[in-house]
Design a protein around this ligand. Structure first.
Ligand code: NAD
Length: 480
């Protein structure tokens, strides 16, 4: 088999690249080791977790209805098979859609594990009928879009199905009575939220002295408070896991060494969520000595995503942080533009990050902590949701919207939001930062009332001291 472009990996980076290249008239082969398209994001990441988080949210809102509003629905009765089937149906629908789109675009999908033999040849492993005779593809250009897998430190790998990673957690085999989440990052807190709302007693152990250490502390605080209640005070910060061992048939014993938790405890399940590692091993890179990886295994590339070999590009998780589907998608499209010789650049000022917990946390551009650390002159203007009519009506006043602003040019450098729906609201901030908006662009844009989106405008008004519901002594006039 011979092709102009081969894409290795059918996740949101790989299929976006393959589809765009085909739309632009290229002959494209997409090699994917799994039977279907979608990658981690669709098959065992973003999408199934959001389906389950939707259920978790409904459960917690129903509880709040009873506690705060006097409307009760009773205790939830969970049919786990039906829940699992519904989540799988979401995946199946979307994955089948991608398969159909590949066919329509005449992208040849080969189910195989690909390895580089030389800068123009891939060798294919597997026994699927889609694999060409001779098990080889020769190509003019290649894009590596192989993604990442959950990190699973050896000390935790005790050969028990009671110790799971995010893939295992999303399978929803059962609703365990107790679960320990090791790692208080994105995955641990999202999956902990799911299981706690389904009825599991969840505990979280985190090595560092805070949850979600990449995010500003004022955004994490309202989430940490709510999780403290949801996890009934079982968040152990600054705590090391000493050992993880099997205990009888169905339990795992974990020892802790930390100020909040010391000694041994048994759990029905332990979720390992301590980061992800790029899938760049076993790719035959030893046959391409010009392609180098860094210490963490990310493939080194230039600004146009080109590796050390001129006709081979890398995108998404395999290319480096942030390991986010939307970044992979944009990089995939950018690599194709480079291959086509279009004038293009990937110089993103804002790749939004969203943690889909309850409340959600979202940020884009510079965080206040980064600005502080790097000595960048900045001013933070924040609008507490307690002043928002919509947040009061929803009973979710813990939220906060803030802009990080260059006080001299009034240009927006970053944005941070915590509160329900923060993940949707951050889109406005990403656009504002990409377009080089100044604060006045936001404060003078009419936002519908009463919406949570209004808090974006209100926070911008705080900069000028003109927010109606917040009193801040004025230092600049609206027309200055
Ligand atoms: P993470 O980097 O977000 O968090 C891992 C946490 O584990 C860190 O806080 C770290 O201090 C802690 N840790 C590491 N070793 C530990 C140990 N031995 N004991 C206790 N704590 C330990 O990683 P993740 O949650 O596994 O997620 C991986 C990546 O997946 C994220 O960085 C993100 O790029 C992506 N992701 C994104 C989303 C989203 O966009 N909503 C959701 C899930 C995952």
């Amino acid at each position: 088999m011979q092709t102009q472009l081969v894409v290795i990996g059918g996740g949101p980076g790989g299929y976006a690249a393959a589809f765009l290249a085909a739309d632009e008239g290229m002959e494209v082969v997409l090699v994917e080791a799994e039977g279907r398209l979608g990658g981690t994001c669709l098959l065992r990441g973003c999408i199934p977790s959001k389906a389950l988080l939707h259920v978790a949210r409904v459960v917690s809102e129903a509880e709040e209805m009873e506690q705060d509003w006097g409307v009760s629905f009773g205790k939830p009765d969970i049919e786990i098979e039906k829940l699992r089937d519904r989540k799988n149906k979401v995946i199946d629908t979307l994955s089948a859609g991608l398969g159909g789109l590949a066919k329509k675009r005449k992208v040849t999908v080969v189910k195989a594990f690909a390895k580089f033999l030389d800068p123009h040849t891939l060798i294919l492993e597997g026994d699927d009928e889609s694999i060409p005779v001779g098990n080889k593809i020769t190509f003019e250009q290649a894009i590596i879009a192989t993604g990442s897998t959950p990190a699973f430190p050896r000390a935790f790998d005790i050969g028990s199905d009671r110790v799971i990673d995010s893939t295992g957690a999303l399978m929803l085999t059962d609703i365990p009575e107790t679960m320990l989440v090791i790692g208080g990052g994105y995955i641990g807190l999202e999956m902990g939220t799911v299981y706690a709302n389904l009825g599991t007693k969840v505990s979280v152990v985190e090595l560092q002295d805070g949850l979600l250490m990449g995010a500003d502390r004022d955004l994490v605080r309202p989430l940490a408070r709510r999780l403290k209640t949801l996890f009934e005070d079982r968040i152990f910060l600054n705590t090391k896991v000493g050992s993880v061992t099997k205990s009888g048939e169905n339990k795992v014993e974990v020892t802790f060494e930390g100020p909040a938790k010391f000694g041994a405890e048994q759990y029905d399940r332990v979720l390992i969520s301590v980061g992800r590692v790029p899938s760049t091993r076993n790719l035959g890179l030893e046959n391409l000595p010009s392609i180098q990886t860094d210490q963490r295994g990310f493939i080194i590339h230039d600004e146009s995503l080109r590796t050390g070999v001129e006709n081979i590009f890398v995108i998404g998780d395999a290319a480096g942080e942030p390991m986010l589907a939307h970044k992979a998608n944009h990089e995939g499209r950018h690599a194709v533009e480079v291959i086509l010789g279009h004038a293009t650049t990937f110089d993103k000022r804002a790749i939004p990050a969203v943690v889909f917990t309850d409340p959600e946390i979202a940020w884009a551009g510079l965080t206040a902590e980064e600005a502080q650390r790097d000595g960048i002159t900045h001013e933070v203007v924040a609008y507490p949701w307690a002043a928002s009519g919509r947040a009061q009506a929803l009973g979710r006043t813990e939220g906060l919207t803030k802009w990080i602003v260059d006080p001299d040019t009034e240009r927006i450098l970053g944005c941070g939001i915590v509160g329900p729906g923060a993940g949707e609201l951050i889109a406005e901030a990403a656009l504002a930062i990409e377009m080089g908006c100044v604060v006045r662009d936001i404060s003078e844009t009419v936002h519908a009332h009463p919406t949570l989106g209004e808090t974006m405008m209100n926070a911008a008004e705080v900069f000028y001291g003109t927010a109606t519901e917040v009193y801040k002594p004025r230092k600049k006039t609206a027309n200055s």
